[in-house]
Write a protein that binds this ligand. Structure first.
Ligand code: HEM
Length: 162
């Protein structure tokens, strides 16, 4: 099968397409802060959504991968008026629906719906910022969880992998 063309509706978020790799810092009031490595892949199949997978690893002081941390996957669905809907699933028993806005190379997302399995940790809301800065993908994430209001949990800077 031929490589499909990028659907025109994807234009506002097409800058995300491809594989990204880099590192970031995580923390929360309830945990020690840590360094992590991350790979994100945004793909498409010609339809008007992006596929999304993120994988992360704990990094030691030398920058070596110690063990897997969070992974998440889902779909990014651009809507008219530079709006975007994002659905994400987590292996921790959480699913989230984000609604957001694309402003040039910046995307701001807020959770509209969060659902948890009975065994999942108490998590109630997320706020994410993604931006293209000097060709790198920067993102930052605040979450409301385990009794805390929206508070920084992660930020990272990723480079495009050729
Ligand atoms: C780059 C992405 C992320 C990384 C590397 C990461 C990593 C971590 C680590 C290492 C911990 C502490 C140990 C643990 O409880 O497993 C933690 C706690 C937690 N994370 Fe994340 N996380 C990420 C994204 C998320 C997302 C997207 C959510 C929600 C959907 C989330 C929700 C939580 C919760 C609820 C806790 C428990 C806090 C507590 O009980 O004190 N994390 N995360």
């Amino acid at each position: 099968m031929e490589e499909p063309e990028v659907h025109p509706d994807l234009e506002p978020i097409a800058f995300l397409l491809g594989r990204w790799e880099g590192a970031g810092v995580g923390g929360y009031p309830t945990i020690e802060s840590f360094n992590f490595g991350q790979e994100i892949e945004f793909g498409h199949n010609g339809k008007p959504f992006l596929t999304y997978v993120s994988r992360t690893w704990l990094l030691d002081d030398a920058g070596n991968r110690v063990r897997p941390l969070a992974t998440e996957s889902g779909y990014w669905r651009p809507q008219p008026g530079r709006q975007v809907e994002v659905v994400l699933a987590h292996p921790t028993g959480i699913v989230e629906i984000y609604i957001g806005e694309v402003v040039f190379n910046k995307i701001e997302l807020r959770t509209d719906v969060v659902a948890r399995t009975e065994s999942a940790k108490e998590y109630t809301a997320g706020h994410r910022l993604y931006g293209l800065v000097n060709g790198n993908l920067m993102w930052a994430y605040e979450m409301a969880a385990v009794g805390h209001p929206l508070t920084d949990h992660m930020s990272a800077e990723l480079k495009k992998v050729a």
